[in-house]
Design a protein around this ligand. Structure first.
Ligand code: DX5
Ligand code: ZN
Length: 229
């Protein structure tokens, strides 16, 4: 059976606070942190992506309201200028984009600040470009929308990249979590899980639900179900 090729990785939900109500951020973060071990935090610089969000001071402020693993997604052209600040603010991991270049140097710089390091690829970036870095990172992030905004539709064409990353991670025994971000909802999470993703970022599917605990639990169980567990 297909799923037996996969290692029995843990399924993790990572709610994206991009879809939270920023006017009530402390309350939003506290309530979502009671429901999830991870929080996905989208940092946009208005240059790598056409949107601006939050920076280290906000991460520091919400750190006081959450013990969750802070999975900080840096959609930035020059993320290294902020690694130190994010580390001091309480980020647990920083994920940089492969498209900005100088990947090995930037991974090493993030490590200097004792951060876990993720590497992300956009929907139009080939998986082969990420593969050489699997031995150097903790998290591989396959974007299933073009980054910049929440609430977009999942691009099914990225499933093949998830499949190939899963095969490489399992075959080589890399200690890398495979994450998918963008358009993850009840219809798409099973597809991503079957392809081999294990960390599922979801913004609108969780925050727009009247019962966020139920939304997280439904998504989690749909992922498990897709794996026949
Ligand atoms: C997209 C961000 C995502 C976003 C996902 O640029 O990186 O993390 O918040 O939101 P949904 O789940 O609504 O697609
Ligand atoms: Zn993200």
């Amino acid at each position: 059976m297909e799923e037996q090729r996969h290692s029995l990785h843990k399924i993790t939900m990572a709610p994206s606070i991009l879809s939270a109500d920023f006017g009530y951020l402390s309350t939003e973060v506290e309530s979502i942190s009671r429901l999830s071990d991870w929080l996905h935090i989208d940092v946009m610089d208005g240059h790598f992506v056409p949107n601006l969000t939050i920076g280290p001071p906000v991460v520091e402020a919400i750190r006081r309201h959450s013990k969750a693993f802070f999975d900080v997604h840096l959609m930035m052209t020059n993320p290294e200028n902020y690694f130190e600040n994010f580390a001091k603010s309480g980020a647990d991991s920083v994920t940089i984009h492969l498209e900005i270049g100088n990947t090995a140097e930037r991974i090493a710089m993030a490590r200097d600040h004792d951060l876990k390091v993720g590497l992300a690829i956009n929907p139009d970036t080939e998986y082969e470009l990420l593969r050489p870095y699997l031995s150097q990172i903790d998290l591989a992030l396959v974007m299933s929308v073009f980054p910049g905004f929440g609430g977009q539709s999942f691009i099914p064409g990225v499933l093949d990249k998830i499949r190939r990353a899963r095969e490489d991670i399992d075959r080589e025994g890399y200690n890398v979590s495979l994450e998918v971000d963008g358009g993850v909802n009840k219809e798409t999470i099973g597809l991503a899980a079957k392809a081999g993703a294990e960390v599922f970022v979801a913004g609108s599917a969780i925050f727009s639900h009247s019962d966020r605990g139920q939304a997280i639990s439904e998504l989690y169980h749909l992922a498990l179900q897709a794996l026949g567990r």
